[in-house]
Design a protein around this ligand. Structure first.
Ligand code: PMV
Length: 345
């Protein structure tokens, strides 16, 4: 059947980005994590993806990818490679004609890992399509997390919200294959905010994939694993009991450990910027002076995420706007915890 004769179905998916509190760093097998991780799903920073699809192709026919309204050859090629790489798990894809159009609600230079929201959206869209062939027993949201994970590990945590775990912990709970929402969280975490401070918008000198790879032979691999598991259990307890101080201490220890692992890998590298350190120092000083529960976390880059509860919103945002804005290269992005990816039919 010619492409123009096919009847295409359309729907839209929205998937948010997420910020890890306990970091996933290092992997094995087919995108399986070396340690359990825990994240907050964002609300405003998301990828919106339109799917057009028809069944009846002779082989996977992924004919078009638009990114931010333009034909993107590099995005198209990357997506094609990804789709081909999962046809062993989802052979239905070989009967599919597919057109995808995607845009982010946050600027490209915002320093937010767009792969988490992008693959979150792709994962949920493909799971929704494949469910038509697999029937009722197919758990769309669980499978979406698996597909997203195969694209980018942290994307597995962008399907559910507001707090999500991924990876088997040392008590044998959880799954390495898909992420799950955490249910028992104290009401003081009901409204949690993330202000993203853009310190530097240039391309990262070392990719996350290269960073994960360096963990395989890292001198601190075993101790990192032990620490991540301890942080993971302690964070669950802090979030269940509402202990914001214990929560914040783990948050900052995880961020600094992630960067310490980069600095102590072989070859070593540094992604932090002098202004990242300046912001960290000022946040700690402000917290010491005012006792405002404002804590930082950092992903694999120089930009700083500031996390605070509803009770600290006014004080934290006044401080950010008056004292930290000058260390940033663009306006801060104010976001908060969200409930995960959705499908709009
Ligand atoms: O999903 P990846 O392969 O881009 O790895 C991301 C890893 C961190 O963002 C640094 C930590 C995390 O758990 O999100």
């Amino acid at each position: 059947m010619k492409n123009q004769d096919k009847k295409y179905n359309t729907f839209q998916v929205q998937a948010p980005s997420n910020i890890a509190f306990v970091k996933y760093w290092g992997k094995h097998g087919r995108q399986l994590p070396m340690n359990p991780s825990l994240s907050m799903t964002l609300s405003s920073c998301k990828t919106v993806t339109q799917f057009e699809y028809a069944w009846g192709a002779d082989s996977l026919d992924h004919s078009q990818t638009l990114f931010e309204g333009d034909h993107s050859l590099s995005f198209h090629a990357r997506l094609n490679r990804f789709l081909c790489s999962i046809t062993d798990l989802y052979p239905e894809l070989d009967q599919l004609s597919l057109k995808i159009s995607s845009h982010n609600t946050f600027p490209h230079s915002a320093g937010i890992a767009s792969s988490a929201s992008a693959y979150g959206a792709i994962g949920l869209g493909l799971a929704r399509i494949i469910s038509e062939k697999r029937g009722r027993d197919f758990d769309i949201y669980q499978e979406a997390s698996i597909i997203a994970r195969l694209g980018s590990g942290s994307a597995s945590r962008s399907i559910k919200g507001p707090f999500v775990r991924w990876g088997i912990d040392d008590q044998n709970k959880g799954s390495d294959h898909f992420a799950q929402a955490i249910s028992s969280v104290h009401s003081s975490f009901n409204k949690l905010y993330d202000c993203i401070l853009l310190v530097d918008s240039s391309e990262k000198s070392v990719s996350s994939s290269a960073g994960h790879e360096l963990m395989n032979k890292h001198a601190f691999k075993d101790s990192r694993n032990k620490q991540a598991n301890e942080h993971f259990q302690a964070l669950l307890i802090a979030m269940e009991s509402g202990d914001f101080e214990a929560f914040g201490e783990i948050l900052e220890a995880e961020a600094l450990t992630l960067h310490a692992l980069m600095m102590s890998s072989n070859p070593s590298y540094i992604l932090l910027h002098p202004n990242s350190l300046e912001i960290i120092a000022r946040v700690r000083m402000f917290r010491g002076e005012t006792h405002t529960p404002l804590y930082f976390t950092i992903d694999a880059g120089p930009n700083i995420h500031l996390i605070y509860p509803e009770s600290a919103k006014l004080a934290a945002e006044n401080f950010i706007n008056s004292e930290l804005r000058s260390f940033c290269v663009a306006d801060c992005l104010f976001d908060h915890a969200g409930s995960g990816a959705i499908i709009n039919e």
